[in-house]
Design a protein around this ligand. Structure first.
Ligand SMILES: Nc1ncnc2c1ncn2[C@@H]1O[C@H](COP(=O)(O)OP(=O)(O)O)[C@@H](O)[C@H]1O
Ligand SMILES: [Mg+2]
Length: 326
């Protein structure tokens, strides 16, 4: 696998205060990597060192195996789309102008075989905004969610191989947020680019990530696939952070309800130890709690009869099913 982005012993201090401490991380090409952590933990500073909005105090950052400092900074940034929470669309430009801006600046818009108008219309179609109605609108004529869609299109219009997204949906209502998360997953699948997505919301991270990196006080304390974080939180902080997200409604579903979507498994076989039992009426949050120390749990009805077995894969399947249907 090729590294799209590599941090090597990277630290950053502001006025003598270290905010990123010895960051070592490789993000693979085509990966959707989610950096999650509390506010102030150093997420934004870390990703700004990729496009050199911030330069490290110590260490090296590589993009496509080349030191970021060895790039012409303009060329570096052209390879990297950037989406922020507060998308700054140019208020005096139409939607189409805003989307087409970067290919325009790069001179791509006039290159052979590049039909700028068609590209923009296709992109609008891609995010379910009817070109006939949206192409000539101004940003003030869009809802927050629509503006954010345009911001994403602007970031990807020139097809950059890397896209950085810094809490892009945290100011949106839950429905727009869910829709845009689905959009990110879809675009990622279609474009096969590398995405680094920053959030403080563990649910968002679990939904989107190929791998999750968890930051605390400037330290990257765990990098793992969502399932692995569920199974094996690196420390108490990660455990609590994840449990914080368990307060979310979806974890209050009963196993009974969840099992209507994803059938409970048969016992996975002799290699897997069943530890403990749980009632079919219990909540998903309780099951996840048990699964932090058990591989598989037997699910019982009120008479104590075993209805099936639940493991982490089952939980993940249910969560991703929910995300699909939302
Ligand atoms: N330009 C700056 N000057 C001084 N301190 C900064 C600057 N940028 C960020 N910080 C500090 O660095 C720490 C990490 O910030 P940040 O990377 O924005 O965290 P996060 O994105 O996880 O909320 C915070 O304490 C923040 O106040
Ligand atoms: Mg931030």
């Amino acid at each position: 696998m090729t590294a799209a982005i590599r941090f090597e012993q990277v630290s950053k201090s502001f006025a003598g205060k270290e905010v990123v401490n010895d960051l070592n991380l490789t993000i693979n090409q085509g990966e959707l990597f989610v950096l999650v952590g509390n506010s102030g933990s150093g997420k934004t500073t870390s990703i700004k060192m990729i496009n050199r909005l911030v330069d490290p105090t110590a260490g090296r950052v590589y993009v496509n195996e080349q030191l970021t400092t060895a790039y012409d900074i303009q060329k570096l940034r052209w390879q990297i789309g950037y989406v922020l929470q507060q998308i700054a669309l140019f208020p005096n430009m139409t939607v189409a102008k805003n989307i087409g801006l970067i290919p325009e600046i790069q001179g791509k818009a006039k290159s052979a075989g590049w039909d700028q108008t068609k590209k923009i219309k296709d992109l609008l179609q891609e995010v379910n905004l009817d070109p006939a109605s949206y192409y000539n609108r101004y940003p003030s004529e869009l809802s927050g969610g629509e503006q954010q869609r345009i911001g994403i299109l602007r970031a990807i219009a020139a097809k950059p191989p890397i896209v950085l997204m810094d809490e892009p949906f945290s100011a949106l209502d839950p429905l727009s947020r869910t829709n845009l998360q689905d959009l990110v997953l879809k675009l990622h699948q279609e474009m096969n680019n590398t995405i680094v997505f920053v959030t403080h919301d563990m649910n968002e991270a679990l939904k989107l990530a190929d791998r999750i990196g968890i930051m605390q006080n400037g330290n990257l304390i765990q990098v793992a696939e969502p399932q692995e974080i569920l199974r094996n939180p690196a420390n108490q902080f990660v455990h609590e952070f994840f449990r914080g997200s368990l307060g979310n409604d979806i974890y209050q579903t009963s196993l009974h309800e969840a099992s209507l979507f994803i059938r409970l498994s048969k016992h996975s076989g002799q290699n897997v130890k069943v530890t403990g039992t749980i009632s079919i009426d219990a909540k998903l949050a309780k099951l996840i709690d048990l699964l932090s120390s058990a591989e598989e749990v037997a699910v019982q009805d009120e008479k104590g009869e075993i209805l099936g077995y639940a493991n982490r894969q089952w939980v993940m399947k249910y969560l991703s099913e929910l995300n699909r249907n939302h």
